[in-house]
Design a binder for this molecule. Sequence first.
Ligand SMILES: [Zn+2]
Length: 295
Amino acid sequence: MASPDWKTYHERLPLPNLLNLRGCNVYPNCVLCHLDSQDPNHIFLNCPFSQQIWQTAGLLNSNPSTSVISIIDSLLLNSRSNSRTLVLRSASLCYILWYIWCGYWDYFFEQVPFAPHSILLKAIREAKDLCFHLRHPLPRQPRLVSWTPPPPFGFLKFNVDGASKGNPGPAGIGGVCRDHNSTFISCFSAGIGQTYAILAEALAIRHALLLATNMRASSIIVESDNLTVIGILIGKVNSCPWRISKIIDDCRHLASTFGSVVFCHSLREANAAADARPLLHFCIRPFYFVFFVVC
Ligand SMILES: [Zn+2]
């Protein structure tokens, strides 16, 4: 908070009335309009010179109970806002208060004319600069991310993942199959040696399709957190990296043998059950396991 704001809040703003109380011999009225009013609300809000600034800025409503303290309260309230509009508004309010303060004393000591229009322009320029240079991202609204079960008409859902430690590096794949009751049906996990991350992602999908074929499933959903591979499979991404083109062909062929196949992208948080990254330190040598629940 700028210094005049803090001092206003604590009634320690060095206005002429306070300075005179401390023994200074200062002109007791407002130096701009010469009214016998020296409280911060007059200087910052109600003085006709300051009012010109607020009227042009349009940042305050016409509520007569608006006070400098209520403005500072709103600044404090919005200081942690995640809305850039609110941050810009707060910064503008803050800089307007600051430049009114500077303008008042510039006129008092050096007879620099108090120019409402140029004060407002300076304040808005500073506020915009501040927001532009705020390099840290504003906090994002939290998003609810959760796994959703497949529809209750014979669908099984595979959440799959592939990862490599380095690109290329030791890689692994994993997957979990569940039904519409979220009941665990099977899972797989395998080390696939040294390879690329995207290849691991594609292999994980192919492996889920192979497993579903062995399980004689007719309708499946395959969910992966890799947007590229899913995009290729559903036709949203046209260019397929040559490293995975053969695997994608296999996936398409396998998919054609099911009654219904849906490929979906999910956020990593919703795909945690299949996360292959924890497997990577086992992946120096290829290994493989599949686990089924016998119903
Ligand atoms: Zn005045």
